[in-house]
Design a protein around this ligand. Structure first.
Ligand code: UD1
Length: 416
């Protein structure tokens, strides 16, 4: 079993360039199938979720080459629109291939998607969006069978909840639908703007991403494109939480601070000294974090659910009390019991967790999802003594080089 061995209590210092965004690159890679030919995606992070997505593309018949942070996907020989359980189960965002394959091939046959265990993760909004655009969607024998029987065309489509994945699926499918699709109630996350920018680079007529109404004039042939993925705001948030837990002074490059406004204001309230540049964030932390006003997770631009666990870990090492309300996913407190093994004072009641900071002690702990595992690393950096954090495979889904990056900032962390 792989784990990290971490000796806490060492302040972090130095500079890092943040990896490309996981939540952008996955739908962007799926979007490459919309055009016939070779697209080049730069700043592509080396993650197991990316490897799984590239496997899906290969299985569909695409030629895929990966050289460092550059991935080339040649879709000219795409011949199949069926993705089996084994690959679909690897990651949740595999579901965006539904929209992409419908647009390119007129059909898609997929098993149900996998991903982090954060409680029930329905895909009803994805299917509703595709049905509204006119797709014939059937759920049979544990699989999804979608076809365009010549009935798909641009329409107004209202999402009752701003689901990131459903918005992306609808955008991709709409590129293949003649006429104008308007997505009302769209998710506004920066990764959706990144997808829009890639689609535009392919020649698509898309506007409005970043607002709750996205307009797509579909049905035009798209061409392959070269595109650089934006920096990962969640990886950046994790590193800033690590500085909050361990103390120190760090400068992050390659991330837009405008994508983290709500999160950064919470760090400031906790006592961090922050300076932002156009594409950089500096943070100094000389005293332990203070408790802050209630942190309520919400769709963008609200406080991101993906930053809840790392922030909680940092606040556990500080002083004062903070209330968390997790509004996005029902099982997103699975890191809490593990933090308590390190001595954290946390009371959970349903969606609410109340954290009171106090010194933590290193322990053996186990992560069970991506951000929860990263949170345990954050806590271990702030704890006295040695910790062993298992569940590294979850971390490799979303962090390219978490241990190497933290070591370069002076942390004592080994992958064993
Ligand atoms: C994306 C992110 C994930 C982040 C989440 C919320 C990717 C690859 N993952 O996940 O890191 O935590 O946004 O910011 O981009 N829902 C439904 N029905 C649906 C779809 C969603 O009820 O068909 C609900 C979910 O259960 C959840 C909420 O909507 O409560 C938001 O989920 P959604 O925005 O779809 O998250 P993902 O796209 O899966």
């Amino acid at each position: 079993m792989c784990e990290y061995q971490i000796t806490g209590g060492r302040p972090l210092a130095g500079q890092l360039t943040v990896q490309g965004a996981k939540n952008s690159v996955l739908p962007i890679l799926a979007a490459t199938v919309l055009a016939d030919g070779e697209s080049e995606i730069c700043n592509c992070p080396d993650l197991s979720d990316v490897t799984a997505t590239l496997e899906i593309l290969r299985l569909l018949g695409c030629k895929v080459q990966r050289e460092g942070g550059t991935v080339r996907v040649d879709t000219s020989a795409l011949e199949c629109s069926h993705i089996p359980q084994q690959l679909m189960g690897e990651l949740r965002s595999s579901v965006v291939f539904l929209g992409a394959l419908l647009a390119r091939c007129g059909s898609a046959q997929l098993a149900y998607p996998g991903g982090c265990e954060l409680g029930p993760r329905p895909i009803d909004l994805h299917l509703m969006a595709l049905r509204t655009l006119g797709a014939d969607v059937r759920e049979m024998r544990g699989g999804l069978y979608c076809r365009n029987k010549g009935t798909m065309r641009g329409r107004e489509l209202c999402l009752p909840m701003p689901s990131v994945g459903a918005t992306e699926n609808a955008m991709l499918a709409a590129c293949g639908c003649p006429g104008v699709t308007t997505i009302v109630g769209a998710a506004r996350e920066p990764e959706i703007e990144d997808l829009q920018n890639f689609l535009r680079a392919m020649g698509a007529q898309v506007e409005g991403a970043g607002t709750s109404t996205i307009r797509i004039e579909g049905g035009h042939p798209l061409h392959p494109a070269r595109y650089t993925v934006m920096g990962d705001r969640m990886a950046a948030a994790t590193y800033l939480c690590a500085v909050g837990a361990a103390g120190g002074c760090v400068q992050l490059h390659g991330v837009d601070p405008g994508h983290l406004t709500g999160f950064l204001s919470v760090l400031e309230e906790a006592g961090a000294d922050l300076h932002t540049g156009q594409n950089s964030i500096s943070m100094a932390c000389t005293t332990p974090f203070n408790g802050v006003r209630p942190v309520r997770t919400a769709p963008y631009p609200g406080f991101p659910t993906d930053a809840q666990a790392p922030l909680m870990a940092a606040l556990c090492c500080g002083t004062g009390t903070t209330m968390f309300v997790e509004n996005m996913f029902s099982s997103r407190y699975r890191h809490v019991d593990e933090l308590m093994r390190m001595g954290a004072d946390i009371q959970v009641d349903g969606r609410v967790a109340v954290v009171t900071g106090r010194p933590l002690q290193g322990a053996r702990v186990r992560g069970t999802d991506l951000r929860g595992s990263a949170a345990l690393v954050v806590a271990a950096l702030g704890a006295r003594g040695e910790s062993r954090v298992s569940g590294v495979r979850h971390i490799l889904r979303g962090y390219e080089n978490l241990d190497g990056d933290l070591r370069s900032l002076g942390a004592s962390i080994q992958y064993i």
